[in-house]
Write a protein that binds this ligand. Structure first.
Ligand code: GLV
Length: 325
């Protein structure tokens, strides 16, 4: 029997929460309880592992899937699926689906725009001035008009597009590195294909990373890329921790090649208390919270994936397990 046929077999489809880092039942339990067609269990409460047809997952433990021979769908609770695709126990034939949520993209775009303003207007200076009760009008001295500040964006999926539109609406020229060619649109220009990341970085006064993490993008934010950027450029890192070579960023901040960084994701999360980023005056840290998907949106996505599978279709938000997005 195929996994898809197994999924279609029961009226109420049973699934399991799998995460080593988040309390998924706590976050999603109240919402799933309102849905008639699905039942989700914590692993320790699963009555019969063979009846489990799907998992709702976020960074599951390496052996998390081993107990469930009939999982046909792994619905990830977020946009990025690297933490599931790299899992050694992920069933070979399971469909892995992600969340594709416009509201999540809008929240991300607002967050990115806030950090663009933070770097563009050098807002840290105001915090320092306020602490010293100092009325220090500096915009007249330092402000470059937005039209003279290029914002580069690495990654042009749902999130990258939302960020590009928001930032372009603030009059910044936007240059995006995209997988496939795109028409230029207003202030948004696109570079695609090999070398596009380097070409965008070379012109970016503020560089935003929102790429998916794949074998090809591991460590992409490194000394070589920073060296191509205009001196004093800012980095806004919203992708995954493993995109960034952290020592290279520290060195580029010390040399002044990078003038400031906003970091939301890290190689080790939570970021260890003794990490040099915490106390670095040019680093702004947030704890992997640039955006969020609401519980109803995640469970809608899960139900939609299940419905598509039950109808014999490939879920529209399924990822290509080979390319990783
Ligand atoms: C968050 O990290 C996401 O992948 O959506």
């Amino acid at each position: 029997m195929t996994s898809r046929a197994q999924l279609a077999q029961h009226d109420v489809v049973e699934g399991v929460y799998l995460s080593a880092s988040l309390d998924l039942p706590d976050i999603f339990g109240p919402e799933t309880e309102t849905r008639d067609g699905i039942r989700l269990y914590r692993p320790e409460d699963v009555p019969d592992p063979a009846r489990i047809r799907f998992a709702l997952a976020w960074n599951p433990a390496e052996d998390a899937f081993d107990a469930y021979p009939n999982i046909g769908l792994v619905q990830v609770i977020a946009a990025g699926v690297d933490g599931v695709l790299s899992n050694r126990s992920l069933p070979k034939h399971a469909v892995v689906a992600r969340v594709h949520d416009k509201e999540q993209a809008a929240i991300m775009a607002g967050f990115a725009a806030w950090h663009v303003v933070w770097h563009h207007r050098q807002m840290g200076n105001y915090i320092a001035a306020q602490q010293a009760s100092r009325w220090d009008r500096q915009t007249v001295k330092i402000l470059r008009p937005p039209s003279a500040v290029t914002v580069g964006i690495l990654g042009y999926g749902l999130m990258g597009q939302a960020i590009a539109q928001t930032v372009a609406s603030m009059e910044f020229p936007v240059l995006v590195a995209a997988r496939s060619p795109r028409q230029d649109e207003g202030r948004i220009s696109c570079i695609s294909g090999p070398g596009s990341v380097e070409a965008v970085a070379a012109r970016a006064d503020i560089l935003i990373n929102i790429l998916p993490l794949t074998d090809a993008t591991q460590g992409i934010l490194d000394a070589g890329l920073f060296a191509r950027m205009p001196k004093g450029a800012a980095l806004i890192q919203l992708g995954r921790g493993n995109h960034l070579v952290e020592e290279d960023l520290l060195a580029a901040l010390t040399s002044g090649q990078i003038g400031g960084a906003s970091l939301d994701v890290f190689r080790q999360e939570p970021l260890p208390a003794d990490h040099p980023f915490w106390s670095h005056p040019m680093v702004f840290i947030t704890p992997h919270e640039a955006s969020i998907t609401s519980a109803p949106a995640v469970i809608d996505a899960l139900e939609h994936s299940l419905e598509q599978i039950q109808a014999g279709q490939h879920p529209s938000t399924a990822v290509d397990r080979k390319t990783g997005y």
